[in-house]
Design a protein around this ligand. Structure first.
Ligand code: ADP
Ligand code: ZN
Ligand code: ZN
Length: 745
């Protein structure tokens, strides 16, 4: 600290991350009444403006640039040990800098709400145990089979936390009713027994005999059990990646270490957790948005204390502290849900690799459709590339076929050939999956007389026509309106829907295939988790049916009786404005196709397109995702796009479009000046209105920065963000920067 203007305080300045949008730490003096020791990583209550807030001590310093009369004392230190292990604290600091995000908000994202609010680290947790015997329970609960099942489970387990009980599929209501009947009782127990889970030499039930490729993968990872290395487990759907995860985990658990598994969306695939609970006899906790704050906090505390052995969670679980980290797995690593799209825009997949490095544990990225970033890393040798190219068991991959729909009736969406094959499969007792990525009845409502199209008042977007009840809805801001009886433009009465969505296809299929159930799965039909579970159970019952749905079907499900998959319209991704459009389309097609023919019955995938001869569709069907991806990588290299270049996207949202554009034009000019001054080569594209210029009533514009050197781009971002922070931001303008943006829309 050589700054002559700074005030020296000899190690007593606390640098605190405070929940605030400012990209800086705030300096405080220790509390006047010394209680507890200030050290990096502890929570601290501090005065901030007129409020008291909870922040995190990030560092201690000898000096501050704050004038002595402005420097305030912190109020209270809340912890006597750091919240997070050093490796994780370091990761957060790094991520805040890399993603150009305020440190206070980085910490807020990383911590469970309860911890942020000050819940003590040794808070108690509610444990349930039976207060009855088998006989009494059976008589009293003869008409409440689920409650009886719950009591039986507790009789067997002894004690379970509320969260564990809910994790077994019981409801809070069932717990409460049993408590009222005095058949079970709870007591509070320290949430995180301060001891690691009991290590066991046999944490594994029912391991399968690995096939050669699986064995090779496991053998390749073995030398890296106690150090960092990243592996891409690139295995076709059904090749047995999960079995590799589980056997690897068994080895790691046997050495007393914890496993962290990131998955895209737990709510959609309850089977995921069930597969692990079936297999392992060690404590497993989940971390996802479907849990309440208390449950999340408890799971977090158990992971931190080391008493949870396996932690399965969605994106933000990457920040879960582990007392004895042993392994990080990212399942479906290509999935875009690993990138947070607002606020702290981190990539949990990329942070998993960084975390592995800091914690010195192996990282395993698994998928049937690697992202081009990971594939590139694997082909370059930075990641070890482990491939599983054949299916486990007897099933064979589905055969793919492209069907030209140029002559098909646009309102039915299905080609004759698809309808014929659907009929054949259903008659043979099999199930069919029809995939379309549009929910609602129709994506547009148009006047046939004057051409008027129903648009959202608040967004640059068409309104989607929904039935039951009939309404127009905006899929971007949620706005709903009634369907006009006459055209607002010409008063004509010839309003017609254009294109098809899931609701329309459902009606069509119900009429066309009246003898089998049509099971529609999209965000509208599955507002409740129970409803989704019901629908999936219906499919899993195995009777002939047509499963109709959106993206939600692409993820992790197993439908052994599906023998035919129809991709209703593959064209959206072929000509997408987004540079990842083709990659994402191919991933979706392959993932959806992977649901077919998972048992001994072989499957067929029909891809309907108006551009049947398109090179991409040809590659996907005649070669493999791998060949397709390698070709696409060559294209990205030729056009200098990620992963051969790095990007950052500045966005603004304002009430007037010009304000955003001129704000970004300034940033662009700064960038050009800095390029000249430093001899750097960061391309600056824009400013321009976002492809969806207006959303929820706000005008959006963007400026794209691109550079071949990640370091040069980072320096430029540091410089630009610093200049923005130093100047006055126009009122009503909100800006953000998205490093490694997932989509440019
Ligand atoms: P992936 O995760 O790659 O899609 P899974 O791990 O779900 O594949 O495996 C697909 C199916 O094959 C599962 O039913 C699984 O139990 C089975 N399976 C996996 N490995 C083996 C094996 N070595 N022998 C027999 N069956 C296996
Ligand atoms: Zn009209
Ligand atoms: Zn809207």
């Amino acid at each position: 600290m050589s700054d002559p203007a700074s005030n020296h305080h000899h190690g007593t300045i606390l640098r605190v991350a405070v929940p605030s949008p400012l990209r800086t730490l705030f300096d405080y003096l220790p509390p006047k009444k010394p209680a507890g020791k200030a050290m990096p990583g502890v929570r601290i209550r501090v005065p901030f403006g007129r409020r008291q807030v909870i922040g995190i001590v990030v560092a201690l310093a000898d000096a501050t640039t704050i004038a002595s009369d402005k420097l305030r004392h912190a109020s209270e230190i809340l912890d006597d040990e750091a919240l997070l292990p050093e490796a994780l604290t370091g990761l957060l600091e790094w991520a805040g800098r890399y993603y150009q995000h305020p440190p206070g908000d980085v910490w807020s994202t990383a911590l469970p709400v309860r911890i942020r609010q000050g819940t003590a680290l040794n808070a108690a947790i509610e444990m349930w145990q039976p207060t009855t015997d088998l006989e009494t329970a059976s008589t009293q609960l003869s008409r409440a089979p689920r409650q009886l099942a719950l009591v039986l489970m507790l009789l067997e387990a002894g004690k379970m936390s509320r969260e564990e009980i809910l994790g077994e599929g019981f409801s809070s209501q069932q717990i409460n009713e049993l408590a009222n009947k005095q058949l079970i009782a709870s007591e509070m127990q320290s949430s995180a027994p301060d001891e690691p889970f009991v290590r066991t030499s046999a944490p594994l039930n029912k391991a399968l005999a690995l096939h050669a490729e699986q064995q090779a993968a496991l053998t390749a990872i073995a030398p890296y059990h106690n150090k960092f290395h990243c592996f891409l487990l690139d295995g076709i759907t059904g090749s047995g990646k999960t079995e590799v995860y589980m056997q690897l985990m068994a080895d790691i658990l046997a050495s007393g270490k914890q496993c962290l598994i990131l998955v895209p969306e737990i709510g959609l695939t309850p089977q995921t957790i069930a597969r692990f609970t079936d297999r392992f006899s060690v404590p497993i906790v989940a971390m996802h948005s479907g849990m309440n704050d208390t449950e999340r906090c408890q799971a977090w505390l158990q992971a931190r204390a080391g008493s949870a052995a396996i932690i399965i969670g969605t994106r933000s679980a990457i920040f879960t502290p582990l007392r004895n980290p042993g392994l990080i797995i990212v399942d479906e690593e290509h999935d875009s849900s690993f990138k947070q799209q607002d606020g702290f825009r981190y990539s949990a997949r990329d942070l998993a690799v960084m975390r592995g490095q800091r914690e010195q544990v192996p990282v395993l990225l698994g998928t049937a459709t690697p992202s081009l970033e990971s594939l590139h890393n694997a082909l370059q040798g930075r990641f070890t590339h482990l491939r599983l190219q054949r299916r486990a068991g007897d099933s064979v991959p589905a055969a793919m076929q492209v069907i030209d729909i140029n002559n098909a009736d646009p309102q039915t969406a299905f080609s004759e050939s698809a309808l014929l094959q659907m009929r054949q499969q259903l008659d043979a007792g099999n199930q069919v999956l029809a995939f379309i990525n549009r929910r609602g009845y129709a994506p547009m409502l148009q006047c046939l007389q004057c051409g008027w199209i129903a648009e959202c008042d608040h967004c640059t977007a068409h309104l989607t026509y929904h039935t039951r009840p009939a309404s127009l809805r905006c899929h971007h801001c949620g706005e709903q309106s009634v369907v006009p009886s006459a055209c607002p433009g010409c008063q004509g009465r010839n309003l017609n829907t254009m294109g098809v969505g899931t609701q329309q296809l459902e009606s069509y299929l119900e009429a066309e295939f009246a003898d089998v159930p049509i099971i529609r799965i999209d965000r509208d039909s599955t507002r409740s988790k129970a409803r989704l579970a019901d629908l999936l159970a219906q499919v899993n019952a195995g009777e002939p049916c047509i499963l109709l749905g959106t993206q939600m079907l692409a993820k992790g499900h197993h439908f052994p009786n599906i023998t035919l998959v129809v991709i209703i319209d593959a064209d959206g991704g072929l000509f997408s404005a987004d540079f990842r459009g083709q990659e994402n389309m191919a991933q979706t097609i392959v993932q959806v196709s992977g649901r077919a023919g998972r048992s001994e019955r072989t499957g067929t995938v029909l891809i309907q397109s108006r551009h049947a001869a398109h090179a991409i569709l040809q590659q996907l069907t005649t070669a493999s995702y791998h060949d397709f991806a390698v070709n696409l990588l060559a294209e990205r290299k030729a056009t200098v796009m990620p992963p051969f270049a790095h990007m950052a996207l500045f966005r603004t949202e304002t009430d007037k479009p010009e304000t955003g554009i001129s704000f970004l034009r300034d940033i662009g000019a700064q960038c050009t000046r800095a390029n000249t001054a430093w001899g750097s080569q960061i391309d600056c594209l824009g400013p321009m209105p976002c492809p969806m210029e207006k959303r929820a009533g706000r005008y959006r514009s963007q400026l794209l920065l691109k550079g071949e050197s990640r370091a040069a781009l980072q320096s430029m971002l540091n410089h630009l963000v610093e200049t923005i922070e130093a100047k006055r931001i126009p009122a009503k303008l909100r800006w953000s920067v998205d490093v490694d943006p997932q989509e440019l829309i």
